[in-house]
Design a protein around this ligand. Sequence first.
Ligand code: AKB
Length: 316
Amino acid sequence: MSKRILIIGACGQIGTELTLKLRDINGKNAVIASDIREGSKELMKSGPFELVNAMDYDSISKIIDTYTITEVYLMAAMLSATGEQFPAKAWELNMTSLFNVLNLAKEGKIKKLFWPSSIAVFGPTTPKENTPQETVMEPTTVYGISKQTGERWCEYYHKKYGVDVRSIRYPGIISWKTKPGGGTTDYAVEIYHSALLIGKYTSFLKKETKLPMMYMDDAIEATIAIMNAAPEKIKVRSSYNLAAMSFTPEEIAKVIKKFIPEFEISYNADFRQPIADSWPSSIDDIRAREDWGWQHKFDLVKMSENMLHNLHAKYN
Ligand code: AKB
């Protein structure tokens, strides 16, 4: 049977670019985009789209039957900052959507499943630098708790029912096409937009807050690579640590200043500061590199060049 992909949450930051890339690779009709609302013009024009709520089991099941779907990428989630405003909703969305696809896979309706986890699974008692794959995990956000719980369930469904579920612990993802929403790492996207539009930015994290980050191109590469790897190479069935770079607001501002010398940064830490403080500063992703050949391409300078180039073209 040929590969037919359903992306749930296709209009979000990662979902948009993942859908476009998977359509380039597999052809537009082999990739069905779905979300609770319509997305960018580029996404909507690029191939089939279905309106669906990730918490609605029956609707997802129907789409899977209609399009004879073989693989699902579940990209819908409420992120860390919004999750702290709406804890019950965050838990409900993040867990119900995961159980829906895990159960559909258990019933044999999905052959392969991608579900993203996050560095938010770690907490203040986790080693902060070079956080290992296996370590203390005591997350303090609802989002982090939902991701950690989700990881346990993924491993359980794999071991108990043979579900082929694959996962990555995404760091903060930086991209120019679609803005992120409701995350603690979002400052690292906002800063580029503000630098180009108004030449200044007020960071909601303190200048010395170092967090693990990744450019979208690398995140998409990794997501497709883990899904294409032979099943025996995927030795971690909870979720893989994944890393590319780590930096502080002060460091990213310094690099932006190289391209836009008049750029100014100021700092006004808010409720997202304690979330950031509870997360690692850098991640050890040796298992992903050894098991399925992960390699990142973008560092802070290369990413900044690419972001500013693409955003400049978008705004002019
Ligand atoms: C967030 O900030 O909530 C996300 C994440 C690190 O998972 N970007």
